[in-house]
Each structure stands twice: as structure tokens, then as C-alpha cells.
Ligand binder design. Structure first.
Ligand code: SF4
Length: 578
């Protein structure tokens, strides 16, 4: 059962045993006096139900060690090593000399338990709210940004993916079914479990040949074990089957006879290995009892909803951003940014798939901020987050989403050009105070619409003008209106207008741009989390592990900021919040 940490002090703490060994304003005193009490271990007691057993090391201590680990970018073994030797850690955690051993596997198992539920997210929210209150921080203005969190393995080429997938499966097979491993390994094109295993092939021609060989090996393993009642359930085998099916296709005889000179434009592989000794079940040719040799095509593009990019993290997704290719996740970070604040705190942390769009996340971030009592009045984002729809959604929550609108030229000179194309924000419009519905009053040349019905299908306004007037208009080449025989039409909805209006505001108002410049500080937040708190590279093979890693990075960053602010206040009382 869960046993709370004893609140009693002990005389074997460093502060009692060696007074003066740490400076009075050492961070560890701030941690033990102000942060340690804020960690509510009741939030975690369900992790130690009767079946799960009692924690013989305090939950607060393990959480604190995970925070220190993210603060100093350490690994599990380093934490074990440090805890015995670091007087500041011993002091910060009310630990006793001689009692400071924690096995790194204990800590890792605790981490795995944390990854399975959202208690750590609640800890992040609790600490953030407390820090904000203690430091008198305004949360009215906040800024948001995103960055790529790379999967634990670097981006794999297709060749690397095939090799690593096979290697991963063979490791499981060797561990659990040594006899079967010994039987099948000699039928493969290379020893995948050799020590000096290289996932790359520098020579492109060689790689082309090798990928065919590895595809054959994938197929051989798939067909050998797909009906095995135990191996068929191995996660590594399921991944191997998925990778093969996404990346390769077995050519039927019909395909081959109808496709002509298939080998000239497709990478076809003949399976030459006689796989029947390991249970390969293939169609036999009519006049021969030996198994027919199926042909395997390597697809030009993989097929499937969620393409596996690494056998070790099947959740990690591949994406491209300009010249950058990424397999992993995208981290979203929000922090306070009122210039009046003496310290800023991270208010939201969330990882998503690498392909997740910023514009899709902004509304979810706002919802979380609202749920956690951290809602801003003004939220600053870059053009990835801000568009007409996200502006309206934020406004519906009482948040002003500030920043340049996406999907438009960000050239200030281009916008100032007298011949620039017109958009709906150049039309005179009216927005109803209550319904927030848009109506067009006149075009840029002051023509009043004939009518403006709303399309039942799309919900957009179809604003009609007199086409004779439009044909004679000097602005017709720049105008978004479509000039028909009898009427001219411009199609618009509230979101399009909000996006266009924001573009005009951002491009045409230097004061507004200056106000939005506060968002740029989010870049240094990203840098701090990605490079200063282990946020750039995932250490885990699944999404929940990466999620917790990013969350611990956010908590440790806030802890660090709180400690620095408290130290500054001690040195300069003018900074103490009134
Ligand atoms: S083309 Fe027609 S709608 Fe466009 S500005 Fe000229 S008159 Fe107005």
C-alpha cells in the first residue's frame, strides 16, 4: 500500500551534520523549503495499489530525482551515481547520509508507471499555478511555439528500417526461441545480430542491391512465423509484418503476366531461398512440387494510415519541414510573456505526432490552459498557429490570438505595393455584435452588392455584384470577384475575413507588429527546453515515454526559473513581489 513520506526532519541531514557546507542561498535550501512541500504525492498513490506493492523509496524523492535528472540532462545510471555523492541533492530531498542509494532500475520502473497516466501532468499544473502565485506573475499575456522532438533513433533510410526491423525481431527470437533462431539465421542474407552492425550503406549502388536482399529476408521471416502460435504475437514480429506490408508487395503470377517487362521499371526480387524448412507456405507450381518463388516489389511509396519509421517507436512519424526530415514528435510549449513579469513560467507542454499542424493544436492548448486556470487574455503565436478560424475560435473563448495570419505573403513591401491583389479585407463589411455574422456593405470601388445569400452547402456568403460595373472597373484585375455574364460573385465566410483582416492589421500597422514581437521570446524557450532540458531527442521507444520526458523537461525548467527568481529576490529585495 501507499505510504506517505515522513514529514519529520532527521539529524543526519547535511545541514545538521555539516553546518555551513552549503552556501546559505544554495538552490537546495529553496528546493527543500519551497518546492518539496508543493509536491502532492497523494496524486500518485494509486500507482501503489495493493497489487502494485508498496514503494520502499518515497514518491517525493523519486519525483525529485526525475526533476534533477531533467535539470542536468543526466541518464538513469548517472542519477544513481550522483545521489550518493551530491550534498545539494541530499539536502534538497531531506535525505540522510548513508541512506542515499537508489537503483537506477527502480527509478526507471517508477518512470514507466508515471508514463501510464496523467498524474505528472497534474503535478506540472499544480507547481505552475503555485509558482505563478508565489512570484506574482501575470498570465494575461502568453506565447506559444513548437519544435520537433526527434525519435530516439535517427531518421532511418528504407534500407536502415528493414535492417533494424529484422535485427529487432531476431533479438526477441534468439532470446525466447534459440532453436528456431539458429534454424532461420543461416537462411538470411547476413548476420543481423553481429556486433559491428551498421544501419547505413554509403555506396548507393550497393544499398540498392542490399535493400532487395533485406526485403527477401523480411518476407522469409514473415512467412516462416506468421502462423506460429507464440511468435505471431511478439510485438517485434507484428512490427516486422507491418513494415513488410507497408513497404513491399508480393507479386502474384497474374500481376507478373499482365505487367510486361516489370523488372525494367520496378524493383522486383526473386526469392531464391528454399524456405520450406522453416515452414514457408507458398503456392506450388502445377507441374512441380517445389514451392513457387514469389516475386517481391518494393513499393515506390509505403502504404497505410500510420507508416512505421522506426521499429523501436512505431508511434514516431516521419515528416518534412523545408530541408529538415524528422521522425519523432512535435512538442508544443506555452509560457507567460508579460514584459512586466520578473520571471516567466511555462504554462502548457504537449507532444503530438510530428505531422500535427500548429493550427490544429492552438485550440487544444487554449482548452487546456482554460481547464488548468491558466487562461491568458492575449496569446501570441507565429503564422503557423494563426489563421482566420483559430482567431475566431480563440475569440469564442475570450482569448485574443495575436500574430501574423498564415497562408499569405509576409512581405511588408509587397503589401505596401499600390498594385497588390485585393482581398476580402479591402471590402467594407459589417459584423453583427451578437451573431458575429458577416455582411458585405460595399466593394473596394464602393459598389453595393445586389444580394448576398449564404450557400446551404458550404455555409459561405455568395456576394453578388453587377457584372457590367465590374467589367468597366479599373481594379478588376486585382479584385477577387469572379465576373460572370450577368453577375459577379465573391465567396467569403467569417473565418476568411478574420484571416484577411489580421493580415492587413499585421502588415499595415507597425505598432501592432511591435506588440507581436513579444512572441519571438518563445524561440529561446524552445531552445531552453530542447537543448537545456533533454527535450530535443526522445530517450524512449513509445509516445508515452516521450510525452513524460517532455513534461519533466517543462517541470524542471519551471523549477529552475523559480529557484533563480527566489535567489534574485533574496539578493535584491526590490524584486520581491508586492
Ligand atoms: S471588380 Fe467589381 S467588385 Fe471588384 S472592385 Fe471593381 S467594381 Fe468592385
Amino acid at each position: 500500500m501507499y505510504k506517505p513520506t515522513s514529514p519529520q526532519l532527521t539529524l543526519t541531514e547535511p545541514a545538521f551534520q555539516m553546518p555551513g557546507i552549503l552556501p546559505k542561498d544554495d538552490w537546495s535550501f529553496i528546493y527543500k523549503e519551497k518546492i518539496w512541500p508543493l509536491i502532492d504525492e497523494n496524486r500518485f498513490k494509486h500507482l501503489y495499489s495493493g497489487e502494485a506493492g508498496a514503494p520502499n523509496i518515497s514518491i517525493k524523492l523519486k519525483l525529485s530525482l526525475l526533476i534533477f535528472m531533467a535539470l542536468e540532462q543526466l541518464n538513469w545510471r548517472q542519477v544513481e551515481f550522483m545521489f550518493m555523492r551530491r550534498i545539494d541533492w541530499i539536502n534538497a530531498t531531506y535525505s540522510e547520509f548513508g541512506q542515499t542509494f537508489i537503483d537506477h532500475t527502480t527509478l526507471f520502473k517508477f518512470y514507466q508507471r508515471l508514463a501510464d497516466d496523467d498524474s505528472t501532468y497534474q503535478l506540472f499544473v499544480d507547481l505552475t499555478n503555485n509558482f505563478i502565485e508565489i512570484c506574482g506573475v501575470s498570465k494575461k499575456k502568453q506565447r506559444v511555439d513548437s519544435f520537433f522532438m526527434l525519435g530516439w533513433l535517427a531518421t532511418l533510410s528504407r534500407y536502415g528500417l528493414f535492417k533494424e526491423t529484422i535485427r529487432s525481431f531476431l533479438q526477441s527470437l534468439r532470446k525466447h526461441k534459440l532453436g528456431l533462431y539458429a534454424e532461420v539465421k543461416d537462411k538470411l542474407s547476413l548476420d543481423y545480430l553481429q556486433d559491428s552492425f551498421d544501419l547505413t550503406e554509403k555506396d548507393k549502388d550497393k544499398a540498392r542491391g542490399r535493400i532487395k536482399e533485406t526485403a527477401k529476408d523480411l518476407y522469409l521471416l514473415k512467412t516462416s512465423f506468421e502462423h506460429h502460435h507464440q511468435i505471431g504475437h511478439y510485438q517485434t514480429f507484428k512490427t516486422l509484418v507491418q513494415v513488410f506490408e507497408q513497404q513491399c508487395a508480393v507479386q502474384s503470377e497474374d500481376d507478373l503476366s499482365s505487367s510486361g517487362d516489370v523488372e525494367s521499371d520496378k524493383e522486383l526480387i526473386e526469392i531464391k531461398q528454399n524456405a520450406d524448412t522453416v515452414g514457408l507456405k507458398e503456392k506450388t507450381s502445377p507441374d512441380d512440387t517445389t514451392p513457387a518463388e514469389p516475386e517481391i516489389e518494393i513499393r515506390e511509396k509505403p502504404v497505410g494510415d500510420k507508416i512505421i519509421s522506426s521499429p523501436h517507436n512505431t508511434d514516431a512519424e516521419y515528416t518534412r519541414k523545408r530541408a529538415q526530415t524528422v521522425v519523432g514528435h512535435k512538442g508544443f510549449l506555452t509560457e507567460t510573456c508579460d514584459p512586466e513579469n520578473k520571471v516567466q513560467f511555462i504554462t502548457d507542454v504537449n507532444p503530438e505526432a510530428a505531422t500535427h499542424a500548429d493550427a490544429a493544436e492552438i485550440s487544444l492548448s487554449e482548452q487546456r490552459l482554460e481547464d488548468n486556470n491558466l487562461k491568458p487574455e492575449e496569446l501570441h503565436g507565429d503564422a503557423g498557429f494563426v489563421n482566420g478560424q483559430s482567431i475566431l475560435d480563440a475569440a469564442g473563448r475570450g482569448i485574443k490570438l495575436a500574430g501574423p495570419s498564415s497562408g499569405r505573403s509576409q512581405s511588408i513591401e509587397g503589401f505596401a505595393d499600390a498594385d497588390r491583389p485585393l482581398d476580402i479585407a479591402d471590402f467594407k463589411v459589417q459584423i453583427d455584435d451578437e451573431t458575429k455574422e458577416l455582411s458585405v456593405l460595399s466593394c473596394p470601388e464602393a459598389q453595393v452588392p445586389i444580394d448576398q445569400p449564404r450557400s446551404e452547402k458550404t455555409g459561405k456568403l455568395l456576394v453578388h455584384f453587377n457584372s457590367d460595373v465590374c467589367r468597366a472597373c479599373g481594379s478588376r484585375e486585382r479584385c477577387p470577384v469572379k465576373i460572370g455574364v450577368k453577375i459577379s460573385t465573391v465567396t467569403v465566410d467569417e473565418a476568411q475575413h478574420a484571416g484577411a483582416a489580421r493580415h492587413h492589421q499585421y502588415m499595415g500597422d507597425p505598432e501592432y507588429r511591435r506588440k507581436c514581437a513579444v512572441r519571438a521570446g518563445a524561440e529561446s524557450l524552445v531552445n531552453e527546453i530542447a537543448n537545456g532540458h533533454n527535450g530535443r531527442q526522445s530517450r524512449h521507444r513509445n509516445e508515452k515515454g516521450s510525452r513524460l520526458q517532455l513534461l519533466m523537461a517543462g517541470i524542471s525548467c519551471n523549477v529552475k526559473r523559480f529557484i533563480r527568481f527566489t535567489q534574485n529576490c533574496a539578493r535584491n529585495p526590490a524584486n520581491v513581489p508586492g
